[in-house]
Design a protein around this ligand. Structure first.
Ligand code: RTP
Ligand code: MG
Length: 147
């Protein structure tokens, strides 16, 4: 079963949107299998955004993501990477459509509230950067056959 790493960024925690953001993924029928509030270290942030190293926004992105607690999660489901990125919406707030998290709640691009893995490889790497295997739970829900 596919897994992804989702993280409410510091702006989402500060604005008190953690619960509403989690609800969007629950509403979609995706399954939460790990979650915790974390203050990211600079090293952890640089590992997380390694693909953007060298880009003009890299340093400010690392400063932003380490500026306060984040809510880190692992979610599971068929096609969860694609589906969760659809729920999240486009990176640029001017392109994020209403109905998506960014489209409904974000007004400036770096402050786009939530991160979602973009491939199976990044999901695996990002999950390992935040969670020990024992923190990720395997359980069944009565609604699973209906989703
Ligand atoms: P994320 O990794 O955070 O889920 O976002 P994403 O895939 O939609 O976008 P990505 O290209 O991976 O960029 C990572 C984050 O960097 C900030 N960013 N700023 N100033 C800029 O042009 C710019 N471009 C990207 C955003 O916070 C973006 O989410
Ligand atoms: Mg990305």
């Amino acid at each position: 079963m596919e897994r992804t790493f989702l993280m409410v960024k510091p702006d989402g925690v500060q604005r008190g949107l953690v619960g509403r953001i989690i609800s969007r993924f629950e509403d979609k029928g995706l399954k939460l299998i790990a979650g915790k509030l974390v203050q990211i270290t600079e090293e952890q942030a640089k590992r997380h955004y390694a693909e953007h190293e060298g880009k003009p926004f890299f340093e400010s992105l690392v400063r932003f993501i380490t500026s306060g607690p984040v809510f880190a999660m692992v979610w599971q489901g068929d096609d969860v990477i694609t589906l969760s990125r659809m729920v999240i919406g486009k990176t640029q707030v001017t392109e994020a459509l209403p109905g998506t998290i960014r489209g409904d709640f974000a007004a400036h691009t770096p402050f786009n509230l939530i991160h979602g893995s973009d491939s199976l490889e990044s999901a695996e790497r990002e999950i390992a950067n935040f969670f020990e295997p024992h923190e990720i739970l395997n359980y069944s829900r009565s609604i699973d056959p209906w989703i």
